[in-house]
Design a protein around this ligand. Structure first.
Ligand SMILES: Nc1ncnc2c1ncn2[C@@H]1O[C@H](COP(=O)(O)OP(=O)(O)O)[C@@H](O)[C@H]1O
Ligand SMILES: [Mg+2]
Length: 238
C-alpha cells in the first residue's frame, strides 16, 4: 500500500520576534487523512508555528506547501479559501454575536449554500444547536471551543489546525472535544493538533512531533512516543 499523499509540507520554518528567535528551522509534514500532533510545553513555539503556516506572522525563512501550492506568501484569507483553516488558541469567537451568526461568519468566504453544513455542524455539536440563538459570550468554555471548531468547519477545510483545544477545560469536556476531533477526522478532514496535553493528543494522533524551544527534538509514531522514556518524563508525568 502506498502512503497517502502529503497535504502539508513545512520546511525550515524560522520566525523571529524582534531579536528573539521563536522557531529555529522546523520541518514536518502532514499526510492526507492523518491526525498529527505537535506537542510542547508553554512557550515551545506551537502557536507561532500555526501562525506562520496561516501567514498571520512574518517568517524569517522557510516554506509552507499545501497540497501542490506554495502558500508561504499567500494572504491569510486566500489560505483559508484554499482549505487550510486554523482554530485559534483561546477560541476568539465573536462574543456579541449569536451561535448561529458565528457559524455563518465561518463561511464568509463561501458563495454556495450553507444550510447543509450548518446541519452537519449541529450534528457534531448538538449543544450548539440547542443554543443557536444564545449570545456566544455567555457560553461555557467548552461550548465556546465547540463553536470555534464549528465555525472553522463552516469554511469546509481540508486541513484543520487546532491550537490547544483542551486548554482550560474540565477532564470530561476534554474527552468530549477529543472524541469530536476524532469524528471530524473520520468525516474526511485532515488534522494538525497542537497540544500541551500530550497524553490525550498522542492517544488520538497517528504521529507526533515534540517541540522544544523552537525546534523539533523528536518525532515518530504516537504509540512509540507514548512509550519513550524522555517523552514520558517530560510530558506524561513520569
Ligand atoms: N508577539 C510576540 N512577541 C514576542 N515574543 C513572542 C510573541 N509571541 C510569542 N512570543 C515568544 O515566542 C515563543 C514561542 O511562543 P508561542 O508560539 O506562543 O509558544 P506556545 O504556543 O508553544 O506556548 C515564546 O518564547 C514566546 O514568549
Ligand atoms: Mg500557544
Amino acid at each position: 500500500m502506498t502512503d497517502p499523499k502529503v497535504l502539508l509540507k513545512i520546511t525550515n520554518l524560522t520566525v523571529h520576534y524582534g531579536a528573539i528567535q521563536a522557531l529555529r528551522g522546523i520541518s514536518f509534514e502532514v499526510r492526507e487523512g492523518e491526525i498529527i500532533t505537535l506537542i510542547g510545553s508553554n512557550g515551545a513555539g506551537k502557536t507561532t508555528t500555526l501562525h506562520a503556516i496561516s501567514n498571520i506572522i512574518r517568517k524569517t525563512a522557510g516554506s509552507v506547501v499545501f497540497d501542490t501550492m506554495d502558500i508561504s506568501a499567500l494572504p491569510p484569507d486566500r489560505i483559508v479559501a484554499a482549505g487550510l483553516v486554523q482554530v485559534p488558541e483561546g477560541r476568539r469567537i465573536f462574543a456579541n454575536l449569536s451561535v448561529k451568526d458565528n457559524l455563518e461568519m465561518g463561511a464568509y468566504l463561501r458563495k454556495d449554500k450553507l444550510a447543509g453544513d450548518m446541519e452537519m455542524v449541529y450534528g457534531l455539536f448538538p449543544r450548539l444547536k440547542e443554543r443557536r440563538l444564545q449570545v456566544s459570550g455567555t457560553l461555557s468554555g467548552g461550548e465556546q471551543q465547540m463553536l470555534a471548531m464549528g465555525r472553522a468547519l463552516m469554511s469546509k477545510p481540508r486541513l484543520l489546525l487546532l491550537d490547544e483545544p483542551s486548554m482550560g477545560l474540565a477532564p470530561i469536556l476534554v474527552d468530549e472535544i477529543f472524541s469530536i476531533i476524532r469524528r471530524i477526522s473520520e468525516n474526511g478532514t485532515t488534522i494538525l493538533l497542537v497540544e500541551q496535553n500530550a497524553f490525550k493528543a498522542l492517544g488520538l494522533a497517528s504521529r507526533g512531533y515534540i517541540l522544544e524551544t523552537g525546534q523539533v527534538i523528536k518525532t515518530g509514531p504516537a504509540k512509540d512516543l507514548m512509550k519513550d522514556d524522555a517523552v514520558k518524563k517530560a510530558y506524561l508525568g513520569g
